[in-house]
Design a protein around this ligand. Structure first.
Ligand SMILES: C[S@@+](CC[C@H](N)C(=O)[O-])C[C@H]1O[C@@H](n2cnc3c(N)ncnc32)[C@H](O)[C@@H]1O
Length: 312
């Protein structure tokens, strides 16, 4: 039965409008008395949807590594906020005596709030510090990455995390010019790379910034570490719903749900076909994407893909 709920009462829609809201709540197939985890609380929109479907016996653990997300905390006895990186999911749940849960949601990447506050340094639209940290207690900022990474390291992140067409040229240009001028702000960085921008400048800058952000926050490593923990954490019959915003993340999630790991068994050993016991049953074979209404009303939903799987 559908458990769709109104998509109009998000706790803080100025902070962030949740994407694929009904689709996520619906496919999580929430057990009213269950224990759930929202790995990415943000503005609390998805969390509110989960809480609405829980009885007074249910519980929701909500993680977010950005202190700003705490502005949006809803007063609800069933909600336990964990102000940490979801790569430490099991560790923090164990501190709360939780060994297994009924479902997990992760709505990856950054919130609209993080993009909209120029001082956070995530957006190409404002000048601000070259920062991009979701957790401002961490040391690695975008400025440090740009100033200290080798040409090869920069090439790799621009190519893999940003799919920047001239990643090699860009990396070389940065390394050759980064000591010639101050490099602490977005505008200074944009000026530095202006000579090698290729194609549509907005698209190009968005790709470069995405690559830096993923590196600064170690997003792919954190995602893989969190997913691997789900194999033991989610109860049989429980579900995991993951929303991604770019192809690299989506591939990681797709492969994980297929194999329960990140080793490609087939290419390692062709005889392994059929031998390995599956860990996850796919609820949707193709990722769920936003419908026309949502696409019209929320630009961010354009690249969102939801994959859901049930623990076997
Ligand atoms: C797209 S927003 C989530 C929005 C939320 N679903 C809502 O309805 O408002 C992503 C949030 O996850 C947080 N985040 C991203 N990666 C994280 C990680 N590895 N650990 C903890 N929080 C993370 C970000 O700080 C951000 O607030």
């Amino acid at each position: 039965m559908s458990k769709q709920i109104e998509n109009t009462q998000h706790p803080n829609s100025n902070y962030h409008i949740p994407v694929l809201f009904n689709e996520t709540i619906d496919t999580l197939n929430i057990n009213p008395n269950g224990i759930y985890v929202d790995c990415t609380y943000g503005g609390g929109g998805h969390s509110k949807g989960i809480l609405k479907n829980l009885s007074s016996k249910g519980k929701l653990f909500a993680f977010d590594q950005d202190v700003d997300a705490q502005e949006n905390l809803q007063s609800d006895d069933r909600l336990i906020f964990v102000p940490h990186n979801f790569r430490y999911l099991q560790k923090f749940l164990r501190l709360h005596n939780v060994q297994q849960v009924d479902g997990v949601l992760a709505d990856l990447g950054v919130s609209s709030h993080q993009f909209d506050v120029g001082e956070r340094g995530f957006s190409t639209r404002f000048d601000g510090p070259l920062d991009m940290r979701m957790n401002t207690n961490e040391n690695k900022t975008a400025a440090k990455v740009i100033q200290s990474f080798t040409e090869q390291q920069l090439h790799k992140i621009f190519e893999q995390f940003g799919e920047v067409t001239n990643a090699k040229t860009l990396a070389k240009h940065i390394v050759q010019n980064r000591t010639k001028q101050p490099l602490q702000t977005i505008e200074q960085f944009k000026m530095l790379i202006s000579a090698v921008v290729k194609g549509n400048p907005n698209k190009y800058l968005a790709q470069v910034f995405q690559a830096l952000r993923i590196e600064v926050n170690e997003e792919i490593d954190a995602l893989k570490e969190m997913l691997l923990q789900l194999n033991n954490l989610v109860k049989p019959g429980g579900r995991a719903a993951i929303i991604t915003f770019h192809s690299l993340e989506d591939r990681v999630v797709k492969n994980f749900f297929r194999n329960g790991s990140f080793q490609n068994e087939l290419s390692d050993n062709p005889f392994a076909i059929g031998e390995k016991k599956k860990t996850w049953k796919l609820i949707n074979h193709k990722p769920i994407v936003a419908n026309e209404d949502e696409l019209k009303n929320n630009k961010r939903s354009r690249s969102a893909k939801l994959r859901v799987a049930e623990k076997i």
